[in-house]
Design a protein around this ligand. Structure first.
Ligand code: TAP
Length: 485
């Protein structure tokens, strides 16, 4: 059983009250965490503020800042297996995924932004013969980073790596149901030599600690990943303090399958898109929209493959689907499955709790066919292993259905005609459109949502620029002093 205090100013601080993190596969407590009080939130923000204002990090030569970040990446690489096991214990995800997806992607993101530190540049603007005009990019200041539980380490570094590379200081609040790997970063940052106050990590409920952090007047940027509902609160906090705000929110991503698609490849890709991380994935392929001419063939292929998904304790090497994150979330997903049965009839596959799992928050991978477009399971984010299929007649109806959602995070198109895939990609209103693949996210490329899926972009150069301000510097070059009156 691990115990964590609050990590503030490179030091661990205990609190009067604590809470536990539960292994969702066994329902046993695996760690004790500190519940921060409002004064602790203030302490963490002021530690970050002092560190930022001192210039110890923001004014550090870029090459040195990059070297420090690379040291963090190296230390994480050395401890990759320990972090992979912790991520599986805390979230339930298969160790196969923690080892091959979560930890490598997190490390790669630090390496990537460390390489960009020396390339944060402005531009010179040819405005007039008598003025020199150029821009510089400067860090924003103190960043408040609030992250969800589905990919804790990956999403912590999706904010930490670019924020630190750009010279900001950060206060991170992980989700209460999966804080373990984020807390393990405290000692790692300290050992890496990061100056005091540059990264601070605090735990406690979102409604109290997260809310106080986002509303703190000394915070310059709010960076939030989570539900659209809480995202609205973040916008309110940003309105109050006129702080910059970036939101990565929910989704209901379609997979559009055209008649010329390779159906075996589409079925394999849709399975990966829908069930990676138990379907607890913001960009999951949750709505299959298929041309009616190939509908039955595709459903048969998906159903056959789904029966082969091994569900169980994520520490088992053969398991490819673990439990859901919590008892409450499983109840929510099971409720959606019951709603689905009334809206679309008996599921083709799954539809409940696996018979052999007596402990842990497991749900069967579930497939509903002929799901009506107006139904709740078609329109609402379920965030679990539930896939719906709806047939449409022709490409225009398919694209119209893909766009018929308040979300706009991602979509995939499955076709044998690559050029047509590119043309259709432009017609879909989403931040990421994949052709013949789903759920591929690269640290070097921008990621984010249209519509109610978010504001701003993470990753890529856009993700770095989002953590800086542009300053314009104008110098008078005229031989005579400028005179107006
Ligand atoms: P939320 O309930 O929104 O929680 C996300 C984070 O916000 C947690 O750290 C939570 O803390 C905190 N929080 C909760 N209420 C808050 C409040 N009033 N003020 C400030 N912070 C608050 O979401 P979730 O259930 O963890 O994650 C699922 C959602 O996140 C889904 O909608 C999913 O699509 C979305 N998501 C989006 C993305 C991207 S990249 N777009 C990636 C992953 C997840 P506690 O844990 O203590 O409540």
């Amino acid at each position: 059983m691990k115990e964590f205090g609050l990590f503030i100013n490179n030091d661990w601080r205990q609190t009067h009250t604590t809470f536990e993190s539960i292994n969702p596969a066994t329902e046993e407590a695996i760690a004790t965490l500190a519940s921060a009080e409002i004064e602790d939130v203030d302490r963490a923000v002021m530690a970050a503020r002092t560190a930022f204002d001192s210039g110890v990090w923001s004014c550090m030569p870029a090459g040195e800042r990059g070297r420090m970040l690379r040291r963090v990446a190296d230390m994480l690489r050395d401890r990759a297996e320990e972090f992979a096991v912790a991520e599986t214990l805390d979230t339930g995800k298969p160790i196969f995924e923690s080892r091959n997806v979560d930890i490598p992607i997190a490390i790669d993101s630090i390496d990537y932004y460390a390489s960009l530190v020396v390339d944060i540049v402005g531009k010179s603007i040819p405005v007039s013969d008598t003025a020199l005009d150029y821009t510089v990019r400067e860090p924003l200041g103190v960043v408040a980073a609030v992250i969800p539980w589905n990919f804790p380490l990956v999403l912590a570094f999706r904010k930490l790596a670019p924020a630190l590379a750009a010279g900001n200081t950060v206060v991170v609040k992980p989700a209460s149901v999966a804080p373990l790997t984020t807390m393990m970063l405290g000692d790692l940052f300290k050992e890496s030599g990061l100056p005091d106050g540059v990264v601070n990590i605090i735990t406690g409920s979102g409604s109290k600690v997260g809310n106080a952090l986002l509303n703190h007047p000394a915070v310059d940027k709010l960076s939030f990943t989570g539900s659209t509902e809480v995202g609205r609160n973040v916008i309110a906090a940003s309105m109050k303090n006129i702080s910059t705000c970036a939101l990565e929110l929910g989704g209901k991503s379609p997979a559009v399958v055209l008649p010329d698609a390779n159906l075996d490849a589409a079925a394999d890709g849709i399975l990966f898109g829908a069930f990676l991380n138990q379907g607890e994935c913001c960009c999951a392929a949750t709505r299959v929209l298929v041309d009616k001419s190939i509908h039955k063939d595709l459903v048969a292929r998906i159903a056959e493959r789904m029966k082969g998904i091994i569900v169980g304790n994520g520490l088992d090497e053969d398991v490819r689907m673990g439990p859901l994150i919590s008892a409450q979330h499983r109840e929510d997903v099971i409720n959606y499955i019951e709603v689905g049965k009334s809206e679309a009839g008996k599921p083709v596959v799954g539809g409940g709790i696996p018979e052999n799992q007596h402990r842990g928050y497991f749900v069967e991978p579930t497939l509903f066919d002929n799901v009506p477009p107006g139904s709740r399971i078609y329109r609402e984010e379920i965030f679990g292993p539930v896939l719906t299929v709806t047939p449409f007649d022709g490409v225009d109806k398919l694209i119209e259905a893909a766009n018929d959602t308040p979300y706009g995070l991602a979509a995939s198109i499955w076709t044998g005609d690559a050029a047509n895939g590119q043309r259709l990609a432009r017609r879909i209103r989403a931040g990421t459109v994949w052709v013949n693949v789903h759920n591929f996210v690269f640290n070097q490329a921008p990621y984010g949502g249209y519509k109610q899926s978010g504001i701003g972009r993470e990753l890529g150069r856009e993700g770095l620029e989002a953590y800086s301000e542009v300053k314009n510097v104008i110098t008078w070059l005229g031989q005579e002093a400028f005179k107006w009156y």
